[in-house]
Design a binder for this molecule. Structure first.
Ligand code: GLN
Ligand code: ZN
Length: 756
């Protein structure tokens, strides 16, 4: 019989119970025991779901109060030294993650970074050559015991030793691989403990096998796994997010009892895997998409598996492509979505049901005539043929756009002269990135409007008052290019998702981003249209309140795409060009309304890079060209800005230059020297504003530090191209922090003007 299992389950709770419990605990409003009780209830609920759906294992060890990589650091006694304070596990975890605990200890928070190409962030393990490890299995073992009390067939999950070290960072430039011999014996020790707890199968995640691995890392797998074998525990080596490509044979030949492959992201690896898998190994095939929210086409998947079923028999397992951490809990409550979209969705709960149904259909062909199977096929058919999804004219416009190399009419230098004539800006113009503090006043306004306590007119008057306030503050500070402050936006992607046809916003589709922070990605389900302008009246209103230039503010096509759940029935590039088309219309409408500086943010362009280098070129081609499609419909004198977060641009600088924005503002305050070094070796020729201070800190930035960044910038950027701005939006800050910081920044620009 074929088995079905999930690689992991969401943790925050269907109503984000864990989020509220964590935040209450951190604020000192509840006890540790109350937090642990909520965590335990959530885990039980997850296991009950798996059990009731009919999964063959329940999965344990996938839970984390903050992050599973952080848990791995704890498991092996490898939290940063500064967090090993006292002997309370939770205190240590939160001290490492957040830099503070409810009991008042502080240190600095660990670095967070994106988990592969997802929007989940993990806490980066810190490594030094002299590090020692120590097994601390109690938290994991407790979780496993609790799971086994629900159902004895528990599959445990642990992050594998090579991925753990690879995902870390070296603090002393030593090779993290050198730590492997110290770490491996602890894995063996852990395996023995798991075996003693009654565990038969351990899922050992080695997702780095899906990356372009340096050869020393690839070569380390084979000897490492040899030292781990023969412990009586069955190991399922799991990979996800991409095909294994050059690492496929390596993975299949390791001395483990099973290997899991992600067939959603790389279906083409099935055939070579069937050719190369040994005669005793389990092949677990990830066929239910763990990254997206669409119901699966079970008929098509079943057919694609028949050969594997024939060849492998009992040794074929079915699974989710990756952990379900990246999808929301349950689509059953999503009644209010347009166009019947609710029927097409599968969140974690539905994915369990799909996996079990598919397994049953492979084990017993009678299932193919069941009502459940038919309902699934009907939903797929409805989505495929829906007129809300398919709009010929929209598809045609995007296809035409994709076939064209979009460029502004004039080269940058000629545009810049015309823009200067129109805008009359001083040297080193000062501006901000778009958002101003989302105060409790604004949040309250939104909440009261949603709850029906305020009329639309009252709500909008409230927003207008906020905008006017932001404008007066900016005028007083003396900024050159103003923004309206984005008070009307809950989120820079959802705001556009709510206004575009073809995009739905779920009621409760929350996904963990890091710790207690969750995001609710909009769902792009159909061909995209803009029924009416989205931002124009706000920008127009703001401009009417000031004589200074107002900057229009949009979110770019790649960022909307990357921070949404996307269609799986057409390439990403097709959806990007559709988004670019509606943004192009919006940009032109803004220009017509007299807004002559327009910023199209693309903070996600960098993080959208595919995991494998070989795929970068194609991605950057459509990502950059779709951006240009969105901004090239305006006059040469209209100034296009863009903004990107993260400072590691060395590898994509030519692509950024290719975007040909008139001005780019960058998040650099934490590593300006790195950006400047990059610009030294490959100069950037358009306008650029390296962020002069870090908006993540509440402190007022030091004048000297800002001046240094700007003076150093003048070595690599022409004076006429240099802008002065903070390094990201200010919505998470308070006015009391923002005002003195911007005053200091404007003073610095004035000082610099006197120097040249
Ligand atoms: N314009 C956005 C803001 O200021 C940009 C946010 C971002 O870079 N993520 O909030
Ligand atoms: Zn930013």
């Amino acid at each position: 019989m074929t088995l079905f299992h999930t690689l992991g389950f969401p943790r925050v709770g269907q109503q984000r119970e864990l989020k509220w419990a964590l935040e209450s605990f951190w604020a000192g409003n509840s006890t540790q025991q109350e937090l642990l009780d909520v965590a335990h209830t959530q885990r039980l609920a997850n296991w009950q779901r798996q059990l009731q759906a009919g999964a063959d294992f329940i999965t344990a060890g996938d839970f984390a109060l903050y992050d599973h990589v952080l848990n791995t650091s704890y498991l092996f006694g490898h939290l940063p030294e500064r967090a090993r304070h006292g002997d309370d596990a939770l205190n240590q975890l939160f001290l490492a993650a957040r830099g503070r605990t409810p009991c008042g200890c502080t240190s600095h928070a660990s670095e967070m970074t994106k988990w592969f190409d997802t929007n989940y962030h993990y806490l980066v393990p810190e490594c030094r050559a002299e590090d020692e490890f120590r097994l601390q299995p109690e938290l994991l073992l407790e979780e496993i015991r609790a799971a086994r009390a629900v159902y004895p067939k528990v599959k445990a999950v642990v992050l594998g030793p090579l991925s753990y070290l690879y995902l870390g960072k070296s603090l002393d430039n030593s090779n993290r691989l050198n730590l492997l011999p110290k770490l491996l014996p602890l894995y063996s020790e852990l395996f023995a403990l798991l075996k003693a707890e009654g565990i038969d199968w351990l899922q050992l995640d080695e997702p780095i096998l899906a990356l372009d691995l340096p050869s020393d890392w690839a070569q380390a797998f084979e000897p490492a796994y040899h030292t781990l074998r023969n412990n009586g525990l069955n190991l399922l080596l799991t990979t996800y997010f991409n095909g294994l490509e050059d690492n496929l044979s390596l993975a299949l030949n390791l001395p483990v009892q099973g290997v899991h492959l992600d067939l959603v992201s790389a279906p083409e690896q099935l055939t070579p895997a069937l050719d190369r898998i040994g005669p005793y190994k389990v092949l677990s095939l990830g066929v239910i998409d763990g990254r997206n929210i669409w119901r699966s086409d079970l008929n098509a998947i079943r057919e694609s598996l028949l050969e594997a079923r024939q060849q492998l028999g009992e040794r074929l397992w079915l699974g989710t492509s990756c952990s379900l951490l990246h999808v929301p809990y349950d689509a059953a409550g999503e009644h209010q979505l347009p166009d019947g979209v609710g029927q097409w969705l599968a969140f974690a709960q539905q994915k369990l049901e799909e996996g079990v149904l598919l397994r049953n259909a492979l084990n017993n062909s009678d299932v193919l005539s069941s009502a459940a199977w038919q309902a699934q096929a009907d939903a797929i058919q409805a989505r495929r043929t829906s007129t809300a999804v398919h709009k010929a004219a929209v598809k045609q416009r995007a296809a035409d756009a994709a076939a064209f190399d979009w460029q502004r009419d004039l080269p940058f230098n000629e545009r810049a002269a015309l823009q200067q004539e129109l805008l009359q800006l001083p040297l080193f113009p000062t501006t901000t990135i778009g958002s101003f503090p989302q105060t409790s006043g604004i949040r309250q306004l939104r909440r009261r409007f949603k709850q029906g306590e305020l009329t639309l007119a009252e709500y909008e008057d409230g927003l207008k008052a906020e905008i006017v306030h932001a404008i007066r503050v900016q005028e007083q500070i003396g900024l050159d290019v103003l923004v309206h402050g984005e008070a009307e936006r809950n989120d820079m992607v959802e705001y556009f998702g709510e206004q575009l046809e073809g995009i739905a916003v779920s009621a409760n589709g929350w996904v963990q981003s890091y710790g207690s922070r969750c995001v609710k990605p909009p769902i792009i389900y159909g061909d995209i249209e803009r029924p009416q302008p989205m931002t124009v009246r706000w920008s127009e209103f703001a401009q009417s309140q000031t004589d200074k230039r107002m900057k229009g503010m949009l979110t770019g096509p790649v960022t909307i795409l990357k921070w949404a759940f996307v269609r799986d029935d057409q390439p990403w590039s097709a959806t990007a060009y559709q988004l670019a088309a509606v943004l192009r219309d919006e940009v032109q409408d803004l220009e017509r309304a007299g807004i002559r500086i327009i910023q199209v943010d693309e903070p996600a362009l960098r993080e959208g890079l595919p995991l494998r280098k070989a795929a970068h070129k194609q991605y950057l081609q459509w990502a950059v060209n779709s951006f240009r499609f969105s901004v090239t419909g305006v006059a040469a004198a209209t100034q296009i800005h863009t903004h990107m977060c993260y400072a590691d641009f060395d590898d994509i600088l030519p692509a950024i230059q290719g975007m040909d924005a008139d001005v780019i503002t960058l998040e650099t305050a934490r590593s300006a020297s790195k950006l400047l070094a990059t610009l030294k070796s490959s100069p950037y020729n358009n306008g650029i504003g390296p962020g002069v201070y870090d908006i993540h800190s509440p402190n007022i930035p030091a004048t000297d530090a800002m001046l240094t960044i700007l003076r150093d910038s003048l070595d690599v950027v022409a004076a006429k191209n240099l802008w002065v701005n903070p390094d990201c939006g200010l919505k998470t800050r308070r006015w009391e922090e923002v005002i003195p910081a911007l005053e200091a920044m404007v003073a610095v620009a004035r000082t610099l003007r006197l120097e040249v």
